[in-house]
Design a protein around this ligand. Structure first.
Ligand code: FAD
Ligand code: NAD
Length: 479
C-alpha cells in the first residue's frame, strides 16, 4: 500500500465517496478512508445516507405506503382487498437488500475509478499527514497534497431520554423494530420524526410526537407547514407541540415519558420511543491536537464558501460543515472541492438547495419562505394553488396540498417555491431549475405544461402570483 496520495478523504458517505470518484476522474491519486462496519459485520461505503439514513428510510416509507394503500386507500378506486397481511420480516429484508446493493455498488465504482478504499479510521495531523488505523493491523502515517474531511454527523443525545437501542432508539434503531410497536413515542417533530413516525403509523402503531417548540416545522413556509400539519393529523399522527420532555423511565419492555406542555406535567407510556432531536457534526477523533483546523461555535468545521478550512490544502464538506445536513448538499460540495483542487472555476449555489420531507404527502421547498421575504423588507408577491384544482391529482386521489411561489414584486424573479402534496420531491426540481436560471414568474407563466399532469399546479401557482390562475377563483389585490 502506498503512503503518499494526491488526495486523502476521511469518510465515505455521499460527500466523501462522490469527492473521491470526482478526484479520480480528474486524474488524482485518491484514497478514501472509511471505518463503517455494516449490519452484516462487513466494511461498507455510503455513510449514514446509504446505510442508515436516506435509502433505508425511503425503502420503508415506500413499503409502508404500499401496505397502507392496499389496506385502506385502494377501496376508493373500487379495488377491494381482503385481509392484507403485513410480513415485517420481508419488508425489513427488502430494505437491507437495497442498502447492500447500493453500498456494494459504491465499492465497484471505487474499483472502476481506481480509488483506494482504506478500511479503518483516519485522523488529520499537522502538515497534511493522516494517521490511518486499519480495521486490522498497525497504524500508518500517510501523506497527502490535499485532505478532504467528510466524517458526517451523528444523532444528538438528550440526557432525559438515553438511547439503549432496545426500547429507546435513535433513527438507526427505528429502521429495525422486530415488531410494530403498539404505541410509539417520537421526540422531535422534525424530518426524521415525521418520516419514521409515518412509517410505523402506516404499519399500525399509534404514534405520539412530542415537539418542544410551539411552531410546527418552523423553517418551512407557514402556509405550507399548516397544511401539512392538518394532513398528518388527519392521518392519525398525534403531534403535540410545546411538549418538553423532562424524563423517561424504561419499565420492562415499555418506557414512561414525562413531559410538560401548556396543561402542565404529563406522562405517556410507549412500547418504543424514537429520539429524533437533530444531528451534530462527528468530529470525535478526527483531528489531532496540532491539526490546526478551526471549529465554529457549534462545533462545525469552519470553512469558506468553497469548503476550504483554515489549513491550506485541507477541506471539509457535508454534515461536518455549515448549511443543511442533506445528502445532495454533501454530494455537490464533494464535486466542488475536487474541482477546486484541480484549479477549476466552480461554485455551489447554496440558495437553491432543495429540502424534502418524504411523508405522504411530501413537503418540499427551495429558496425563501413568505416569512423570509417579508423580513427582508423588499416588496414581494405570492401565488398558491391547491392540488384540489388539478385533474391529474383528482384522478390519482391525491388532492391534498398546494404549490406556492414567492416572487420579487419589482423584478418578478422567483424567490422561493414551496409544495405540500403528491410528488413534491419531483415537482420542487422545477423550482430549483427555474431559480438556477434566474427565471421570473412570467417565464413559467409563458411555458406550456403537459395536460393532465401534477406540474400544471406549478404553472397555475405561477399564474396565481399575478391573479391569472384559470382553475381557482382569485380575489384581486387592491392596487
Ligand atoms: P455521512 O453520510 O455521515 O458519512 C460520513 C462517513 O464517515 C460515515 O460512514 C462514517 O463512518 C465515516 N467516518 C467518520 N469519521 C471517520 C474517521 N475518523 N475515519 C474514517 N471514517 C470516518 N438527507 C437527504 O438529503 N435526503 C434524505 O432523504 C435523508 N434521509 C435521512 C434519513 C435518516 C434516518 C438520516 C439519519 C439522515 C438522512 N439524511 C437525508 C441526511 C443524510 O444522511 C446526510 O446529510 C448525509 O449522509 C451526509 O453525508 P456526509 O458524507 O457528510 O456524511
Ligand atoms: P430536525 O432538526 O429536523 O428536527 C429535530 C426536532 O426536534 C426539531 O423540531 C426540534 O425542535 C425538536 N427538538 C429538539 N430537542 C427537543 C427536545 N428535547 N424535546 C422535543 N423536541 C425537541 O432533526 P432530525 O429530525 O433529527 O433530523 C436530523 C437531520 O437529518 C435533519 O436536519 C436533516 O438535515 C437530516 N434528514 C434529512 C431528511 C430528508 O432530507 N428527507 C430525512 C431525515 C433526516
Amino acid at each position: 500500500m502506498s503512503d503518499n496520495y494526491d488526495v486523502i478523504i476521511i469518510g465515505g458517505g455521499p460527500g466523501g465517496y462522490v469527492a473521491a470518484i470526482r478526484c479520480a476522474q480528474l486524474g488524482l491519486n485518491t484514497a478514501c478512508i472509511e471505518k463503517r462496519i455494516n449490519k452484516q459485520d462487513e466494511p461498507a461505503l455510503g455513510g449514514t445516507c446509504l446505510n442508515v439514513g436516506c435509502i433505508p428510510s425511503k425503502a420503508l416509507l415506500d413499503s409502508s405506503w404500499k401496505y397502507h394503500e392496499t389496506e385502506s386507500a385502494l377501496a376508493d378506486h373500487g379495488i377491494k382487498v381482503k385481509g392484507a397481511d403485513l410480513d415485517l420480516e420481508t419488508m425489513l429484508k427488502r430494505k437491507d437488500t437495497i442498502v447492500k446493493n447500493l453500498t456494494g455498488g459504491i465499492a465497484q465504482l471505487f474499483k472502476a475509478n481506481k480509488v483506494t478504499w482504506l478500511q479503518g479510521t483516519g485522523q488529520l495531523k499537522s502538515g497534511k499527514q493522516v494517521e490511518f488505523q486499519p480495521l486490522d493491523g498497525d497504524t500508518q502515517t500517510l501523506q497527502a497534497e490535499h485532505v478532504i474531511l467528510a466524517a458526517g454527523s451523528v444523532p444528538v443525545d438528550i440526557p432525559v431520554a438515553s438511547v439503549d437501542q432496545k426500547v429507546i432508539v435513535d433513527s438507526t434503531g427505528a429502521l429495525d423494530f422486530d415488531k410494530v410497536p403498539k404505541r410509539l413515542g417520537v421526540i422531535g417533530a422534525g424530518v426524521i420524526g415525521l418520516e419514521l413516525g409515518s412509517v410505523w403509523g402506516r404499519l399500525g402503531s399509534e404514534v405520539v410526537v412530542l415537539e418542544a417548540v410551539d411552531d410546527f416545522l418552523p423553517a418551512v413556509d407557514k402556509q405550507i407547514a399548516k397544511d401539512a400539519q392538518k394532513q398528518f393529523t388527519k392521518q392519525g399522527l398525534d403531534i403535540r407541540l410545546g411538549a418538553r420532555v423532562t424524563g423517561s423511565e424504561v419499565k420492562k419492555d415499555q418506557v414512561v415519558v414525562s413531559f410538560t406542555d401548556k396543561d402542565g406535567e404529563q406522562e405517556e407510556t410507549f412500547d418504543r420511543l424514537i429520539v429524533a432531536v437533530g444531528r451534530r457534526p462527528y468530529t470525535e477523533g478526527l483531528l489531532s491536537q496540532d491539526a490546526g483546523v478551526t471549529l465554529d461555535e457549534r462545533n462545525y468545521i469552519y470553512v469558506d464558501s468553497q469548503c476550504r478550512t483554515d489549513v491550506p490544502g485541507v477541506y471539509a464538506i457535508g454534515d461536518l460543515v455549515r448549511g443543511p445536513a442533506l445528502a445532495h448538499k454533501a454530494i455537490e460540495e464533494g464535486v466542488m472541492v475536487a474541482e477546486v483542487i484541480m484549479g477549476e472555476s466552480t461554485q455551489l449555489n447554496y440558495d437553491t438547495v432543495p429540502g424534502v420531507i418524504y411523508t405522504h404527502p411530501e413537503v418540499a421547498w427551495v429558496g425563501k419562505t413568505e416569512e423570509e421575504a417579508k423580513d427582508s423588507g423588499d416588496a414581494y408577491k405570492t401565488g398558491a394553488v391547491p392540488f384540489a384544482a388539478n385533474g391529474r391529482a383528482m384522478a390519482a386521489g391525491e388532492t391534498g396540498g398546494m404549490v406556492k411561489f414567492v416572487a420579487d414584486e419589482k423584478t418578478d424573479r422567483i424567490l422561493g417555491m414551496h409544495v405540500v402534496g403528491p410528488q413534491a420531491s419531483e415537482l420542487i426540481q422545477q423550482g430549483v431549475i427555474a431559480m438556477e436560471f434566474g427565471a421570473t414568474v412570467e417565464d413559467l407563466q409563458l411555458m406550456v405544461f403537459g395536460h393532465p399532469s401534477l406540474s400544471e399546479t406549478v404553472h397555475e401557482a405561477a399564474l396565481a402570483t399575478d391573479f391569472k390562475a384559470i382553475h381557482v377563483a382569485q380575489r384581486r389585490r387592491k392596487k
